[in-house]
Design a protein around this ligand. Structure first.
Ligand code: THU
Length: 132
């Protein structure tokens, strides 16, 4: 397992929830993406009246980082309401795997954490090597 301050990272994910734009689902999510240079890029979910345009917290964090030239990542922490774990959706798993196939995924319920590898959460993933 990679070395980082799990408590600090999960707290940043929990803090990021406050910026969630979740007026349709009322399900607020925060994410904190730890880059190889130890910078942390946060994200929250952003919902649309055209529901399908909604973007999850994880993809907001990832695209914020990539669009600022931060491209190598160690881990992402994900927080929803205290007391429950929030598992990343399929679309987020694909995008996280595309850009960080060795990423640690940390789910926090505010008290306890569960850590997974992205490759284990997306078995038999489609990947760029298949594009030929
Ligand atoms: N959501 C996330 O932001 N991340 C997840 O891992 C799961 C779901 C958001 C999308 C939507 O705004 C709300 O939670 C309900 O699905």
């Amino acid at each position: 397992m990679k070395k980082y301050d799990l408590g600090a990272l999960t707290q940043k994910a929990r803090d990021a929830r406050q910026y969630a734009q979740a007026k349709y689902s009322h399900f607020k999510v925060g994410a904190a993406l730890l880059a190889d240079d130890n910078s942390v890029i946060t994200g929250s979910n952003v919902e649309s009246s055209s529901y399908g345009l909604t973007i999850c917290a994880e993809r907001v964090a990832l695209t914020k980082a990539l669009s600022e030239g931060i491209t190598k990542f160690k881990a992402i922490a994900i927080a929803a309401k205290d007391g429950s774990f929030c598992s990343p959706c399929g679309a987020c798993r694909q995008l996280l795997y595309d850009y960080a196939p060795d990423l640690d995924i940390i789910l926090t319920d505010g008290k306890n954490n569960k850590t997974y590898k992205i490759k284990d959460l997306l078995p038999l993933a489609f990947e760029d090597t298949q594009l030929g």
